[in-house]
Design a protein around this ligand. Structure first.
Ligand code: ZN
Length: 131
């Protein structure tokens, strides 16, 4: 695997030519993906921005990141799934809602072959906001 230093995307071939955009904002991040995926990512962005009230939106570790009072939420688009980093505490408190999804180190993984559970995303973000 080769990682482009500018945009952070990974490719099988070294120096693979690609549409390279440096990721400076969450909108930049979302716009690098195909239109169909952008819609899903925009919905997640809106849910996080609306419910993690007064959080600061930024890019950290090349991921959309929302910070507020030392609390952080990230999300990241991968080939076959979307990761939402919401933190161990939220996932353990709401584990009955999350049972059908894979979780690891505070991340919950949503398979793109299935519908993204926006209601659950909202519930997790609201819980984190009120923690
Ligand atoms: Zn690049």
């Amino acid at each position: 695997m080769w990682t482009c230093e500018k945009c952070g995307r990974e490719f099988k071939r070294i120096n693979q030519s690609h549409f390279c955009i440096e990721i400076e904002s969450v909108d930049n991040y979302i716009n690098q993906f195909p239109i169909k995926e952008q819609a899903v990512l925009k919905s997640i962005k809106e849910i996080v921005a609306r419910n993690f009230v007064d959080s600061e939106e930024t890019i950290k570790w090349r991921m959309p990141t929302y910070n507020k009072n030392n609390k952080t939420i990230h999300f990241a688009n991968h080939k076959n799934h979307i990761n939402l980093f919401i933190g161990e505490e939220v996932l353990s408190q709401l584990k009955e809602d999350c049972m059908e999804f894979q979780m690891h180190n505070g991340n919950i993984k949503f398979d793109k072959s299935r519908d993204i559970p926006y209601d659950l995303v909202e519930k997790l973000v609201i819980y984190k906001n009120n923690m």
